[in-house]
Design a protein around this ligand. Structure first.
Ligand SMILES: O=C1O[C@H](COP(=O)(O)O)[C@@H](O)[C@H](O)[C@H]1O
Length: 244
């Protein structure tokens, strides 16, 4: 990230449920507004614990939202390279939590381990799909942060941090299981218009503080390396914000 982008905003909610309600409501507003303006929005989804709560809240609020679910593209910031029926798959979790229920039809999944030979092939295929559909210019990209500061599946000190010639990369030996993954690279994550980080719980507090500190390295805290072109907002609950 070399250009000047707006500084991150921070929104703190009392707990995970309040956080999820705020994020789900804002997401539905952004999608509905984009559609009202004649635009088909592209939304990047994250895996992880707070994402699951947000997704269920989206499903709950969907009927009153006015969103046309056939006119939204959904993508994943990262994926676990496991068989398509594995409960570890971020896509499977998002489908179960809201995508299938609302009837989303334009869901762009990373190929699974029973569909392609290896994580490299999955990354190449996903990269191609992202490139063909706007190159990662997501209207809203939601991202989690790990307690170690990882974002998507870009882990501290891992080789994926240095990939500059692809929009998606294979990850091996991930410090967090499962070990094989596919992630969007900084090249792709940096093209999003709006980036929302979602973090809940005391276990994320130190990583959040490192990510938002005036100085520090992306190699140590990869989440420092992603900012939206027009907006970056950190949605935190009280505990995740406790070290700011
Ligand atoms: O493995 C992953 O972890 C991160 C954070 O998840 P959390 O459960 O600690 O909140 C998530 O952002 C990423 O998409 C996922 O693959």
């Amino acid at each position: 990230m070399t250009d000047e982008r707006p500084a991150p905003l921070v929104e703190v909610k009392p707990d995970a449920d309040a956080l999820a309600t705020a994020v789900a409501g804002e997401l539905l507003n952004r999608i509905a507004d984009a559609q009202a303006a004649g635009h088909v929005p592209h939304i990047g989804l994250t895996g992880g614990t707070i994402a699951e709560v947000v997704h269920k809240e989206v499903a709950r609020m969907a009927p009153a939202s006015g969103v046309d679910w056939g006119a939204v593209h959904f993508w994943f910031g990262d994926e676990r390279f496991v068989p398509s029926d594995s409960p570890d798959r971020n896509a499977g979790q998002a489908r179960a939590a809201f995508l299938d229920e609302v009837g989303a039809t334009r869901v762009h999944e990373v190929p699974a381990a029973d569909q392609v030979a290896d994580a490299e092939a999955a990354a190449a295929s996903y990269s191609e799909e992202v490139r063909a559909e706007g190159g990662g210019a997501f209207d809203v990209l939601m991202l989690g942060i790990g307690p170690d500061g990882h974002v998507a599946s870009l882990f501290p000190g891992h080789p994926g941090l240095d990939v500059t010639d692809a929009l998606a990369a294979a990850v091996h030996d991930s410090p967090k299981p499962p070990p094989e993954r596919v992630t969007l690279t900084f090249e792709a994550l940096d093209r999003a218009h709006t980036v929302w980080f979602l973090a809940s719980g005391e276990g994320k507090a130190e990583a959040v503080a490192r990510a938002l500190a005036d100085d520090g390295s992306v190699a140590e805290t990869p989440a420092r390396g992603v900012r939206g072109l027009t907006e970056t907002t950190w949605f935190l609950d009280h505990d995740a914000a406790s070290r700011l």
